[in-house]
Design a protein around this ligand. Structure first.
Ligand code: PLP
Length: 346
């Protein structure tokens, strides 16, 4: 399709980091288990270092970094940050250095994402905070240090979300809209994770531009609904400005839920672990305990509450994050035992 939004998007330089489109899968077994016609957009299968949402976001930021003569990409996140893994991988793919500032948090184990950033040779620093904005302060200090050593750092914020990188999820949303049209579906809802809201705002912008008017449902992984809405409005306006969209265009029906967060970011709640187990044993698809497991937990809870009709197609975006599973092996093991699975004592 070649509409105004496609043409506006094509104006922005992009460093291709993954092949697209990612698959759009029907999940008959998981759907039958929960009583829905379920579809999964497989952004866990983007093909950069174990996949996820970041390659699409980084395509725009890395293009800008290279044009500005950067020598090192610098970012920050949790100890099990997917973003740190994929920023490091993107930097390596285009021949740049990578420095990452990570928090000393509950999942600081040499497993999953943390293992991969070391493997790819990132300059890893730790900060004694789990406040993401405080981490940015530390990352800026690393940028100063790198500059003093003659490098040209390029800073990418937490989660990789910037107005420019949201365009990656506008592209993803357009791709999804085309897959929905090809499958001749009229979805009852599209579910996405909501962290900083970059994914949500990008997908929402694209679906509305393609005149898909169903509710878009964001499952918060850390923030309250009010904070999520503030971020959404910021990204929504920024995307509109970049792509010359009407600032007064309607967001249409949206929902953001914060009741699946649990005790905080990265808390593998019981519902989340059940959702991961259900998806794994019915479809052989691995979700993660921080993002996609919570989205599926939210979707399953809504279904139990009678929110959707059995024959209505519901679409979920799998944004990746699966390497973090390995850092949660203790929680997962305990949950399997609780659900009656015999796990050897090893
Ligand atoms: C796997 C995964 N899904 C979703 C998100 C959240 O995306 P956003 O910040 O755009 O809401 C992240 C952010 O780090 C992530 O790593």
């Amino acid at each position: 399709m070649d509409t105004a939004i496609d043409r506006a998007l094509a104006r922005f330089p992009r460093e291709i980091l993954t092949r697209t489109p990612t698959p759009f899968d029907h999940l008959p077994h998981a759907g039958a288990r929960i009583g829905l016609d379920l579809y999964l957009k497989r952004d866990d299968l983007t093909d950069l270092a174990l996949g996820g949402d970041k390659p699409r976001k980084l395509e725009y930021e890395v293009a800008k970094a290279r044009m500005s003569g950067a020598t090192v990409l610098v970012t920050c996140g949790s100890a099990q940050s997917n973003h740190a893994r994929l920023t490091t991988a993107a930097a390596r793919r285009v021949g740049l250095g990578a420095a990452v500032v990570l928090s000393r948090d509950d999942h600081l184990v040499f497993q999953g994402n943390l293992l991969t950033v070391y493997l790819m040779g990132a300059d890893v620093r730790f900060a004694d905070t789990d406040d993401h904005w405080d981490l940015e302060r530390h990352a800026h200090a690393v940028c100063d240090e790198l500059r003093a050593n003659g490098e040209t750092p390029y800073f990418i914020p937490v989660s990789g979300s910037t107005p420019l990188s949201c365009l990656g999820y506008v592209r993803a949303g357009l791709e999804l809209a085309d897959q929905i049209a090809t499958a001749r579906l009229q979805p009852a809802a599209v579910y996405t994770p909501f962290g900083t809201g970059g994914i949500f705002a990008g997908v929402l912008s694209a679906l509305r531009a393609r005149r898909i008017g169903c509710p878009v449902v964001g499952i918060s992984v850390n923030r309250t609904v009010d904070r999520c809405r503030e971020s959404l409005d910021t990204w929504w306006a920024a995307i509109g400005e970049l792509l010359d969209l009407d600032p007064a265009r309607s967001q249409g029906p949206i929902e953001i839920h914060d009741r699946f967060v649990g005790r905080g970011y990265g808390d593998a709640t019981e519902d989340c672990l059940d959702a991961i187990l259900l998806m794994a044993e019915t479809e052989g698809v691995l979700l993660d305990p921080v993002y996609s497991g919570k989205v599926f937990a939210g979707l399953c809870a809504h279904q139990r509450e009678g929110r959707w009709q059995g024959n209505q197609p519901v679409v979920m975006l799998h944004s990746g994050g699966t390497p973090a599973l390995f850092a949660y092996h203790e929680e997962i093991r305990a949950h399997l035992v609780k659900r009656g699975v015999e796990v050897p004592d090893i």
